[in-house]
Write a protein that binds this ligand. Structure first.
Ligand SMILES: O=C(O)c1ccc(O)c(O)c1
Ligand SMILES: [Mg+2]
Length: 617
């Protein structure tokens, strides 16, 4: 499948956009007219640059407000078009995108509109070009692809075809199955965009909130499958108007865009089943859901020993130091925390890496590579397990681990290591595992992070949620495996919440690791007796809890005594508590009963306010 991208998707100069598109592996680009007009380079120089980068110029766009107008206006429109066709000759572009009229149409007359398209097609033919007519969702009279196609058919000119744009079709709830009824040779161009389901006017939705396939709510794989069944063999292009992508790093956005098309081809092939696509669709090494979190690595030069004190108090066993690296392993049942003394950007402890248990780590790493994930260079000695890792958009290292945990045998307790005597209480462990990890996301990486985790690790995005912190709303989106064995929450905090307070990170700048246990009250008591103080929860919270849930007085008193938080869904109950924050990390211990499936979201505002209070103390 030939891949293309509209220059409007990207930030920077036209030259920077061409370089980034080529580097990300695109075959071609659509030139968005304002990008060309603002460029100091001549059309011939742009053509030459694209050539030298191995890019084709697939489309010139958009030509607006052509059809459905009176004779004088139409004569002027043809004059305008002639200029553009000449320009396209200099650029070496064959196809011009013509959008349905939104502004100047005065006549709702299919016969007239088709005739005007035919005349434009005739002019295009004289210049060795052709036109692709696209229904904008907010077109004055023409706003569905079926209508645009009827006009194209009626125009009956070899140089007049249609352009299908998934946004305009899916935003209006259109049925894309009808695409299969359009003859492939009349589909001159295809533009794809996904979008989150929003209730707003369609023009604003289109101009600000489009995202790459796989980042929104729509079924783009089925859309592409319809195109393949129609026999379409032309370029499949991304046309994504997005406020964030237009102001962030062009190279990263282009890689993100290409990842979306690779993901899309794989999923469209699955939708096609036995139907042969008219062009080869890219296949990727297969992926299955990860079956668990193997370990979480907390890294930092200063302060990690305070985390280890907390782990010891929480009942983690100390499994020793690594034979060749300055890292230590702590275990509670199946929950494994690796503590690494290495430096971090701010010197503060962070959640640096997460290991996922996958079927075939080599295959997962190969897949991640084909999806443009940068690999993380690892140092390992000859007789050590070689673990494969890639870097997620938020910089977290993602490790692919086998079921065997063979790497844990590289850790042992050295004689005289005091940590071992402080912590040897396996009675707390048994059924524990890492329940979920919350990762702070840079605001401009949220969509990229979501697609990365779904494409690389097969995690499914859950509906996103706004959590009120005292310093603004935190947008939180959980990515999880189908069976819930792996759950990551991606959080985007507002700017105020990301400002450091003295040497402490802001409440929105932290990550946390949640560990499940079968008896939270027992664990909390033992941890408290070993000197661990939990995040203090205000008394008002417990008064409100008494109103929300009909809890026995004794339970309520215990929750209050231990600073535990509580929630309930239609399945079961959730008990949880938080440790103080060290560097950029805190721990949460949770207990789920009877299949409770949430994360205590109603309690998150209380937690964030309590964390702010400790910073201001
Ligand atoms: O928003 C617009 O004007 C616009 C222009 C060209 C397109 O292809 C499109 O889908 C939208
Ligand atoms: Mg379009």
């Amino acid at each position: 499948m030939r891949t293309s991208i509209a220059t409007v998707c990207l930030s920077g100069t036209l030259e920077a956009k061409l370089h980034a598109s080529a580097a990300a592996g695109f075959d071609g680009v659509e030139i968005f007219e304002p990008d060309l007009i603002a460029s100091p380079r001549s059309p011939e120089q742009i053509r030459e640059l694209a050539d030298s980068l191995g890019l084709t110029l697939d489309l010139y766009q958009p030509f607006r407000d052509l059809e459905g107008v009176g004779p004088d206006q139409f004569a002027d429109n043809l004059r305008r078009a002639r200029h553009k066709f000449e320009l396209m000759g200099r650029l070496g572009i064959e196809t011009m995108l013509v959008c349905s009229n939104v502004a100047t149409a005065t006549v709702d007359d299919d016969e007239l509109a088709a005739e005007q398209l035919r005349q434009l097609g005739e002019l295009a033919a004289e210049h060795g070009t052709r036109i692709a007519y696209e229904a904008l969702a907010w077109g004055r009279y023409v706003n569905t692809y079926e209508h645009a196609w009827r006009l194209v058919r009626r125009a009956a000119h070899p140089n007049v075809g249609t352009c299908l744009d998934s946004f305009h079709i899916l935003s209006r709830g259109g049925d894309p199955r009808g695409i299969e009824d359009i003859p492939a040779e009349k589909i001159f161009f295809v533009q794809l965009a996904d979008a989150p389901q929003l209730s707003m006017d369609v023009l604003s939705w289109s101009r600000h909130h489009r995202v790459f396939p796989g980042q929104g709510s729509w079924d783009l794989p089925s859309f592409l499958a319809h195109l393949m069944r129609a026999g379409y063999t032309g370029p499949v292009s991304l046309e994504v108007f997005n406020d964030t992508f237009r102001q962030t790093d062009v190279g990263r956005t282009a890689v993100d865009a290409m990842r979306s098309l690779r993901w899309l081809q794989e999923h469209a092939a699955a939708r096609l089943g036995n139907t042969e696509a008219p062009v080869p669709l890219l296949r990727l090494p297969a992926v299955e859901d990860p079956t668990g979190i193997d370990f979480v690595e907390i890294r930092g030069r200063a302060g990690v020993e305070r985390i280890e004190d907390m782990l010891a108090a929480l009942g983690f066993t100390y499994a020793g130091t690594h034979r060749s690296k300055s890292v230590r392993l702590w275990e509670l049942g199946q929950a494994r925390i690796v503590v690494n003394d290495a430096d971090t950007q701010d010197g503060r402890p962070v959640v640096a890496a997460i290991g996922f248990v996958v079927d075939d780590p080599q295959r997962s790493a190969a897949r991640a590579g084909e999806l443009g994930a940068p690999s993380v260079p690892r140092r390992s000695e000859a007789d050590e397990q070689v673990l494969q890792a890639v870097r997620a958009p938020d910089t977290t290292e993602i490790f692919f681990c086998s079921r065997t945990n063979a790497w844990t045998s590289e850790f042992s307790v050295k004689p005289g290591d005091e940590r071992a005597t402080r912590a040897a209480r396996p009675e707390d462990g048994a059924d524990s595992h890492v329940d979920h990890v919350n990762l702070d996301q840079p605001w401009q990486r949220q969509d990229e992070g979501l697609l990365f985790l779904s494409a690389v690790l097969s995690l499914d995005p859950q509906p996103s949620l706004d959590v009120a912190s005292p310093l603004g709303l935190v947008r939180s989106q959980v990515m999880r495996s189908a069976d819930g064995a792996v759950r990551l929450a991606l959080n985007v905090a507002p700017p105020m919440a990301r400002q450091s307070v003295g040497s402490h990170p802001g409440i929105g700048q932290v990550q946390h690791v949640a560990i499940s246990c079968p008896d939270l009250i027992g664990l909390a008591r033992r941890a408290r007796d070993r000197g661990l103080e939990f995040l203090p929860v205000p008394a008002n919270y417990y008064d409100d809890l008494a109103a929300r849930f009909d809890l026995p007085a004794q339970t309520l008193a215990t929750l209050r005594e231990l600073n535990l938080l509580y929630d309930r869904d239609d399945r079961g109950e959730f008990y949880h508590l938080y440790t103080p924050t060290v560097g950029e990390v805190f721990l949460e211990i949770v207990q789920r009963t009877d299949g409770y499936d949430g994360y205590g979201a109603p309690n998150a505002p209380v937690r964030l306010a309590a964390q702010l209070a400790t910073l201001l103390d």
